[in-house]
Design a protein around this ligand. Sequence first.
Ligand code: SF4
Length: 428
Amino acid sequence: MEDEKRNVYIELTQGFAAMKEELAEENPIRAAGYGMIGDIYGQAAEASERGDPVAWISFGVPPEIFLAMDIVPICDVALGILGSFPGVVQGYVDLANELVPDYICSTNRLPLGLALAGDIPHPDVLVVQNNPCDSIMGTDPAISRYFGLPFYGISTPYTDSEAGYQYVASEMKKAVLWLEEHTGRKMDIDRLREVMKHSNRAHEVLLKLNKLAMKVPCPFAMRESQLDYVLFLHIAGKPELVDFLEGVYKDTQDRIAGKTPLPIEEKLRLVWTYAMPAYDPVGGIFDWLEEEHGAINIIYMNNNIIVEPTEDLSDYDSIMKALAKKSLAMPMSRECRGPMESWLNSSLDMVRDYKADGAVFAGHAGCKANWAVAKLVKDAIQEQYGVPTVNIELDFIDSRLTPTDELIKRFDDFLPLVAEAKKKRTQG
Ligand code: SF4
């Protein structure tokens, strides 16, 4: 009998359904979030099966456009979430080396490897922004060319300005026309307006949640919220995201009011100014930091979403300008685009706003451009706030480079410095 064809979308759906079930009793609201992530990939699998369009998009490309056009958006770089399941990504990342150099970032090599292995349905189109890195621009066009898939590139400016927003809005309008031509789906302004209302509401609730996370003690830990970014990359604009976030908000208020327990007895507060080990998302290093050191991990760069809702949904032009603005403010586009100050200011804001005692720059090995700022940011955080930073090299999705044991050693060295610096600051 022939082996059944592997479909990683289906495996992700099943994997997250299992995670939902496991967490259901302890934390039903967060468990629902896992279920929603599973559903994203389930819908992609079903759409591919039916022959409905699926688009692979990059970080800053707004999912709202696709949801309004009935196209399933899948952020191909976020397929790195597969790293949550031990031993799955390595073979695909290595397979991609057949086509692109092995110094290309593994999160970009993963979708290519999946496509080469034939273990994921090919997307119908790819829509990619020219940020945050050359690595994306080097890989997605290669996927497009190798498999003969239509590709559209949205150009974004180096810095933010009114003219830049108008420019990106015009790029997005051209992308919509291109999508209409290549998928047969039409943009419906009323549908887009409806999607934007849900997206606005989701961002509004998230901003309120961010404020709650700034409180001391912090009412929820990053290990609970870290996959919210994946939800925003795919379903900002769907009402279920709003319902989920409102549930989290209410639950968090209950914790603050003392009706339900806080995540830990907080001794030290850590922010991650870059990403976090996606290969170790549940349990592992985060549990260890909490249990051994009372160190709560509050937020990481990709979860630090500061997009303001847009009031003006009156016409197509104003909506597209709002989406342009949003796309440039989303994590990765915000920090990794433009001058060094983009990253620096975002990191300093995180340390200040979340009242961090220590900062963690978990730098991806394949991410050369971002390593360029590591030392500058570390020094600036120390000078301005007297807060130490540890720079750790890892591969977000592949535990082979820095396994959890190695991370533990690094934190064992780092946390006494954090505690000492906190003592000094508190004693004035
Ligand atoms: S980790 Fe760095 S190189 Fe990889 S996708 Fe992100 S920004 Fe690009």
